[in-house]
Design a protein around this ligand. Structure first.
Ligand SMILES: Nc1ncnc2c1ncn2[C@@H]1O[C@H](COP(=O)(O)OP(=O)(O)O)[C@@H](O)[C@H]1O
Ligand SMILES: [Mg+2]
Length: 402
């Protein structure tokens, strides 16, 4: 269970997450914040928190008390974008009954955040470049030059270098905006952040909707950590809001996490290597008897399990799934001679997910040392034909004999 009460999220300026990937982004943002003249381009998939980081840069800068002004360039047609950013004089067009200041002016001394910068037209790119380079511009229909110097932070989820190659984005503007670059990694490659964020969001939505959801049950915990989250933090947040509000009663279960394709099936993806958990000198725990696979004659044709894999025979009294998982994990470790990365590769999951399972199944560093030392039986133990349970008493892990 991952209970709300156990939430130990690291929150700095409202940025939740404990992964080294996120911490490194935060550190870079803090450095950038010290220099108001640095233009920053934040790149990353939609929903990864690009705006959150733009606000962080502003909030930890010396101009934090000045305005932070954001505009989604993708949502606005070009002529409107121009009047929004640069403002206009009275009579500039029908309906322009009075002078209006643009966002560049309003952000003066603070920060202007140009979101979805990759969507602006080539002709507007030229106007923007001029304003950014010269630090001055004219309002539409205006004669007077306005001098402004807001910090400029832009963001995009498209590959601007590709757009430059294809001629849809000006190279000079790209270099002007990209003085410093921050890459927001997708949620699936930030070790453990999904879970930390999930508990944080449950807490928030409990408050907001006067609910008292306790947290995520093991199935939901597993899903949150293994699902790809293509919509990143935004998708996780929305999914949890729905779960808290309408799906769950006490604990959120995997079936309460309704993602785009309907109720979820965990679809683990290969992601970048993640932070190893600290090795803990935890006393050896008594472990349940390993369950060994027993051969069955027929093969499950619908299954995509590689050939040669033997299906488990479930005894009449049933088998706890956790024991099976534990046994598979121990077998993988044994095959990998205690090397966690190799063991993870045998099971085709990444090291972070493997580590997570080790922790959940209470397989300790000491267990791994035992396997390295060759204490775990190399061959499957004799199995009781009816129960499917190992008959071995020789496993030092069971006996705690180390
Ligand atoms: N690290 C984080 N901690 C807390 N909330 C986050 C975090 N990252 C993203 N969010 C939330 O997720 C949503 C999407 O973030 P946003 O910055 O708008 O993403 P992007 O600009 O990359 O599309 C917002 O509601 C934001 O508050
Ligand atoms: Mg955004």
């Amino acid at each position: 269970m991952t209970s709300v009460a156990s939430n130990n999220s690291h929150s700095k300026y409202g940025i939740i997450g404990t992964s080294p990937e996120l911490k490194s982004v935060v550190q870079t943002a803090e450095k950038i914040a010290r220099n108001p003249a640095i233009t920053t381009l934040i790149i990353g998939e939609s929903g990864t928190g690009k705006e959150v980081i733009a606000r962080l840069i502003h909030n930890c800068s010396s101009s934090a008390s000045q305005p932070f002004v954001d505009i989604n360039c993708g949502a606005i047609p070009e002529n409107l974008l121009e009047s929004e950013l640069f403002g206009y004089e009275k009579g500039a067009f029908t309906g322009a009954n009075a002078r209006k200041q643009g966002l560049f002016e309003l952000a003066n001394g603070g920060t202007i955040f140009l979101d979805e910068i990759g969507t602006i037209t080539l002709s507007f790119q030229a106007k923007l470049l001029k304003a950014v380079e010269n630090k001055r511009f004219r309002r539409i229909n205006g004669l007077e030059e306005i001098n402004v110097s807001p910090r400029i932070v832009a963001a995009t989820n498209i590959d601007l270098t590709k757009a430059v190659r294809q001629g849809t984005f000006r190279e000079d503007l790209y270099y002007r905006l990209n003085v410093c670059q921050i890459f927001m990694p997708p949620l699936r490659s930030r070790s453990g952040d999904a879970l930390v964020l999930a508990t944080y969001f449950i807490e928030q939505f409990n408050k907001e909707h006067s609910r008292s959801i306790k947290g995520l049950d093991p199935s939901a915990t597993d899903f949150v950590l293994n699902y790809e989250w293509p919509g990143n933090v935004r998708q996780l947040k929305n999914t949890l809001e729905r779960a808290v509000l309408v799906e769950a009663d006490e604990w959120i279960e995997a079936r309460h996490l309704v993602v785009d394709n309907g109720p979820v099936q965990a679809t683990p993806v290969q992601v970048t290597p993640v932070q190893p958990l600290p090795a803990q000198p935890i006393p050896l725990q008594p472990t349940p008897a390993p369950v060994m696979p027993t051969k069955v004659t027929e093969v499950n044709e619908a299954s995509n399990i590689p050939s040669g894999f033997e299906r488990f025979q479930i005894p009449d009294e049933g088998i706890p799934l956790e024991e099976i998982e534990r046994n598979i994990i121990l077998s993988a470790l044994e095959k990998a001679e205690g090397n966690v990365s190799r063991a993870a590769r045998f099971l085709r999951i990444n090291r972070g997910k493997f580590r997570y399972r080790l922790e959940r199944l209470n397989i300790t560093q000491r267990d791994i040392y035992a396997i390295k030392a060759g204490f775990y039986p190399a061959q499957p133990e004799p199995v009781d034909a009816t129960s499917g349970l190992s008959l071995s008493k020789s496993n030092p892990l069971l006996a705690g004999s180390l």
